[in-house]
Design a protein around this ligand. Structure first.
Ligand code: NAD
Length: 462
């Protein structure tokens, strides 16, 4: 773990390096991105092993959601960087004629990126790619709760990058607070809403702009007209991927009462197709990150009825994929984001009543609805806000690099992925270049133009 002096030193070295202007060169940025790509390609097995250690993560999931997505993010940036970084010419009003107006993306400088434990590589490196592509230097702080991945990230980045450009600081609250005391130019935080508030308060002391990628309780509405078999498979996949420890997982299902039983059957079928009759034996099912979270989740099983699953083993940090019925809004499992493999399925009779109840709750990171009726889907999308949304699927809004990924309200602010990530780490600077060939005196005092004439001219001039 780095001490405060080492943190001061690394932050100062990055500030100094940024001032040399080296990161403004697009070829320099491309070299960093390519180095990251090569680093990952050569260490795939180590990444998979670290995730297995930290989260019992199946190799398929570690590869697809961490290595593959990060590589995709790099490839998109390498291919499109020149276009993103190009100044954009915009119109120039008569008032400042002759002149040329441009929006020039400029890097902020140094960025601090703080990550959580659940996707411990992806949620650090994807923002780091956007930061580097935009010409920033960055310090990344992995979560101490995924120690094997944290150590691996520190080792890989340490070998691959000059610390002036990209550095890793490991550890928990103390080093994070030491980092937050530094005067970074941008702060990108992924984690809980509770800590997000602490981070934003620290950022306010330096007026550092922030992106907060937080959590939330993501509703999944299933209407009677939905394709229930497909809905069951997609919900089970999204909920139990990484054992439910996914910020965009469907947190709970609201199902139209007339099809509750059919949906529960479809979910049961998907569960046994995916994980077999005894999921503890399945190589494709992850574990809970630590005992603290295991204990927190286990208490949720005290209420309601486990229609599927319900088995636990503290020793193995295993909680079977569990579907709970008989749950109401007052049960503890409905208070906060579940963040584990427990899926309450709650029947409803009237969609409008459900929408009104959801409108009164904090805005979630994701909203899912399964319905064959376009008008119903539109109504859900128009009446309920969320960071992102998918109709008849889960996670689809995350996977598309053309779409911004981020929260709203309690689930966060700001977004990234692809071009939006580049823009997040860029200051969009307004630049006007003027000629001195002519300089009409109309705008200068003493003001000679009658107000009546000015009022007529203004709409034409601006
Ligand atoms: P967390 O907030 O406990 O920790 C996140 C980071 O903050 C860690 O690096 C940790 O070391 C640091 N931290 C913790 N306490 C701190 C403090 N008092 N001061 C300064 N830094 C502190 O979050 P977590 O448990 O690692 O992650 C789970 C949460 O993250 C869930 O709410 C989940 O929904 C959310 N999440 C959001 C996204 C997203 O993209 N929006 C993605 C993954 C996870």
């Amino acid at each position: 773990m780095m001490d405060a002096i080492a943190i001061d030193d690394i932050a100062e070295r990055q500030r100094r390096f940024f001032r040399t202007g080296a990161t403004r060169d697009l070829a320099f940025r491309r070299r960093q991105l390519q180095a990251m790509r090569d680093m990952l390609a050569s260490r795939e097995d180590d990444v998979i092993e670290a995730m297995r250690h930290d989260l019992g993560r199946p190799a398929f999931e570690a590869f697809s959601s961490e290595i593959a997505v990060v590589t995709l993010e790099i490839d998109v940036a390498l291919k499109r960087l020149a276009g993103w970084a190009r100044p954009r010419r915009v119109g120039t009003p008569w008032l400042i004629f002759p002149g040329k107006s441009r929006i020039v993306p400029e890097p902020y400088g140094t960025a601090l990126i703080i990550g959580p434990w659940n996707y411990p590589l992806l949620l650090l490196l994807a923002p780091a790619i956007s930061a580097l592509a935009a010409g920033n230097c960055a310090v990344i702080k992995p979560s101490e709760l995924a120690p094997a991945t944290s150590a691996l990230v520190a080792e890989m980045i340490g070998r691959t990058f000059d610390p002036e450009v990209l550095a890793v600081v490991e550890g928990g609250i103390e080093p994070t607070q030491a980092l937050l005391r530094q005067d970074f130019d941008y702060l990108f935080y992924t984690g809980s809403t509770r800590v997000g508030k602490i981070v934003m308060a620290e950022a306010a002391k330096h007026l550092t702009p922030v992106t907060l990628e937080l959590g939330g309780k993501n509703p999944c509405i299933v209407a009677a007209d939905a394709d229930l078999k497909t809905a069951g498979r997609r919900i089970v996949w999204g909920k139990f991927y990484n054992a439910g420890q996914t910020c965009i997982a469907p947190d709970y299902v609201l199902v139209e009462r007339s099809v509750e039983k059919t949906l529960l059957d479809a979910i049961g079928e998907a569960l046994s197709d995916f994980y077999g009759t005894d999921p503890v034996q399945s190589p494709d099912y992850a574990r809970i990150v630590n005992e603290h979270h295991f204990d927190r989740l286990e208490t949720f099983l005290e209420r309601g009825r486990a229609v599927h699953g319900g088995q636990t083993s503290r020793e193995q940090r295993y909680i079977a994929p569990t579907v709970l019925s008989g749950i109401g809004w007052d049960d503890p499992v409905m208070a906060d984001e579940i963040f584990g493999p427990i899926l309450p399925v709650i029947p409803f009779d009237d969609l409008d009543t459900e929408i009104a109840a959801l409108q009164a709750r904090p805005k979630p990171l994701a909203l899912y609805a399964f319905t064959a009726d376009k008008a119903r889907a539109d109504k859900i999308l128009e009446t309920l806000s969320s960071g992102g949304a998918a109709i008849n699927d889960v996670f689809a809004q995350f996977i598309n690099m053309e779409l911004p990924f981020g929260g709203v309200g309690a689930s966060g602010m700001g977004a990234y992925h692809g071009k939006v990530g580049f823009e997040t780490f860029s200051h969009m600077r307004a630049v006007v270049r003027r000629s001195t060939r002519i300089d009409p005196s109309l705008k200068y005092p003493p003001y000679k133009m009658p107000l009546r004439l000015l009022k007529r001219l203004v709409p034409w001039m601006m």
